[in-house]
Ligand binder design. Sequence first.
Ligand code: FRU
Length: 484
Amino acid sequence: MKQSILALCACVTLLAGCSQKPANHPTDEPFRSVYHHSPATHWMNDPNGMFFDETAGLWHLYYQHNPFGTTWGPMHWGHATSADLLHWEEHPIVLYPDSLGTIFSGSIVIDRKNTSGFGENAVVAIYTQSELIGQHQSIAYSTDGGYTFTKYEGNPVLMGDIADFRDPKVMWDEKAQAWLMTLACQQEIRFYGSKDLKKWEYLSSFGKDLGAHGGVWECPELLKFTIHNSQCTMTEDKYVLLVSINPGGPFGGSATQYFVGNWDGKTFTPEAGKYADEKSVPWLDYGKDNYSTFTFHNAPEGRYVALGWMSNWQYANQLPTVAFRSQNTIARDLFLFIDDEGEYRLGSVPSKETMALKGAETKYLADCAVVELSLEGKQDAVITLSNAKGEKVVMTLDVHRQTFSMDRTASGDCSFSHEFAANTIAPLFIKRDMYHVILFIDHCSIEAFDAEGAWSMTNLVFPSEPYNHLDVQGGEAKIYEIDN
Ligand code: FRU
């Protein structure tokens, strides 16, 4: 047994550095990511209004943006596009605050049938306007493919009656043959329907007594999955409601919980007997730094391609970057699977566009890399990333507890917030003989995935020099350069 442990022990000393920097960013700094989207300058939080334009072959990403500073402030919608979800081109701001308030989070749909009267294929943004006396939903449309928007003169289209009334995510609901808006309203989600994106009718509410309630509910989205039996003779629709919460996440601060259930065109009904116990709430990601996840409207092949804001409100305003603050996660595809207990779970795998950045195999770990781990399922595995300064991130696959954890308490600079040092823990959900784990490392972030998507974990790290040493006890590692 001892011998086999030794045989499975891989230890690599790593030397090289990764010099690629995004060409479109005017400033270079140690914690600027290479293959993650970050704003050229100033503050960013939630991804907003994401959609795929199949004619141009472009992914559009808008985001919460304060163009006046590197901390949260008056919100605008910034804009970037990408052909591959890895290289992003920044464009001018599309939505500025006005007399109805600043521009909070929201979504975009392509109005193919001109239901709104703004024109066939108009790109319609639905977003929250926030002002001192409350929050309302407004709309704006673009007839140039999402580069410039005209605000609707009838705004707001949905008046708020409570303080937190925000983050509309709109989709087309086949069941009701109408637009469906999911909206976060303090401690619940409300659903509204519309035929034209302008007049909205209240449908139902969900969640007051279910799920985690340690903070305000934000950024909801309803996802529809079609399940097939093994012979593909029967299909069934299942729905997943994503609900971000802040604070109240499993490791403090922000996180995204989800509920599996059914949607009948009016009401969301969760799986019977689930979610009453806060401790059993499932999370989209078991790290500290993946918040307000949304998916791209109109993604190809009916996929759910998601991005999350790679930060946490506990310390987002204090992160040690200079000209900009915050970045988004890599793109992930979301899917539904059944775990060992027979429960539906929301899985995420790196999108195929993200996997395309995996370059040649190398012996050297650098400040950006993809690492593939094969971990023996019979014994615990410990994976350590470290540098010559003694800074390290320790990941443990605990086969008895059936967990994967990431300890960043000695990862580098944790001084900017006492909430930053943490050890995050994910349930494995599926017991395997061999565990395959993928790590995406990019200067100040580590995103860990079960290769089959049963769990994911996203954490920021701020080492004073890149981790250039990888030690794996109880498994093997392959390091790949970034093909950027
Ligand atoms: C989530 C959030 C949203 C809101 C936006 C404001 O991070 O608080 O609920 O619309 O950020 O910037």
